[in-house]
Structure formats: C-alpha cells, structure tokens
Design a protein around this ligand. Sequence first.
Ligand SMILES: Nc1ncnc2c1ncn2[C@@H]1O[C@H](COP(=O)(O)OP(=O)(O)O)[C@@H](O)[C@H]1O
Ligand SMILES: [Mg+2]
Length: 210
Amino acid sequence: MTYLIPDVSDQAALELDNSLRIGRGNKRDCYVHPNDAGQCIKVARHPERYAECQEQSIVEWFYLNHLKERHVPLTHVVDCYGWVNTRQGPGLALERVQEDDGRSALTLREALHKGQVSRSQLVRMLAVLKHWATRYSVVISDLNTDNLMVRPGDDDNDAILVLVDGFGSRKPDWKFTLYQRCLPFSRIKTQRQWKRQEVTLFDTVDEICA
Ligand SMILES: Nc1ncnc2c1ncn2[C@@H]1O[C@H](COP(=O)(O)OP(=O)(O)O)[C@@H](O)[C@H]1O
Ligand SMILES: [Mg+2]
C-alpha cells in the first residue's frame, strides 16, 4: 500500500499569511483556514525537506479516515476534511481545536504554564485518553505536551485531551498498514508503550510546573 497526497494543483492556492499562523511544530506550520475559522491547515515547514515534513500529514489523513470508517468516536482527535492547495504547497485541512468563544485552544504545555490544568487533573485526563485509545485500538506514537491540546470541559466535566499529532504511526510505511489491519496488535502496542510514554511526558510536565 502506498500513501500519496492527491493532486490539488487545480484548486486556487490559498494564501496563508503569518497573521493566520496558530502553531508551529518541528515539521509543520498550522494556520487558521482563511475562509473558515473552524478549520486549520497544516503545511510543510521546510521546503527543502518537503517529503519528510508531509509524512505525518499523510498519516493523519489516512488514519483519521480509517477511524471514521470504523465509526470510532472522534473524542480525542479532530476531524479531517482533506487536502487543499496553498501557496506553501498542499496542506491538510482539519478541525481546529477552539475554546468556546472561538479563540485557539491551548496546547497541554500552554495550559500547564498558565495553571489551567493541574497535575492531578492531567492524571485523570490521561486515564480517559488511555481508556479510549485502548478501547478503540488507536496507536499513539508520540505523546508529548505540544501534540496534545486541551478541549475545555464544563462545570461537571474535566477538559479533554485532543491528539493533534503523534498518532497512527511515525511514518506512512508497512507498519502503518499493519496497525490498520491488525487491531489486536495495535491495541497491544498502545498498552505496552503507554507507561514509557507517560513517564517521558511527566518529565516534561514536572519541568513546566517546577
Ligand atoms: N487541530 C488543531 N487545532 C488547533 N491548533 C493546532 C491543531 N493542530 C496543530 N495545532 C497547533 O500547531 C502546532 C504544530 O502542529 P503539529 O501537528 O504538532 O506539527 P508537527 O508535526 O510539526 O509537530 C501544535 O503544537 C498546535 O499548537
Ligand atoms: Mg507536533
């Protein structure tokens, strides 16, 4: 199975200027969709490493479609709408994680910095995420404070952790195909790796909260 980006060059290229940028990772920049504030667009950050920068977007596109086909509730991920043409090349359009008033939601790192999520709340929120990932055999490959965003809760409920990166697989390779075809294997992988990923995550959390 090869995983490719569809040709979107016939679409008018969207202009993503700096004022629309809401996030920056090592490989991708994330912008508010210029025509729909409910969506964001992820594009490759380094043109000279274009293919490598697009790998995770390709994984997200195929994996989110795979989860939707299996009717997995998208509680801890965002919906994915497809590829759009931009001045920076093809970009993946996804649901944007927002606060109730439309502002950008915080990453877990930002929420911890601002004291909006406490360590004990985070322990509970991670248990909920783990339960969902195990129940639906969702592979989590890179659990960290920048790949998790905080979807606000209400008076009765804790906020929810949303994975915006680092799930499905690290690369769109044969292992990625296996994770989609062999769900018991994916579930075992998630369970086995959870503890190690959580320990690394809490190393960062404790640095932020120190
Ligand atoms: N769906 C989203 N809604 C709102 N902001 C997002 C969304 N996805 C990513 N971001 C923001 O963009 C940043 C970089 O995105 P990410 O997918 O982690 O890129 P990279 O693959 O380069 O690490 C995130 O840390 C977050 O701040
Ligand atoms: Mg990231």
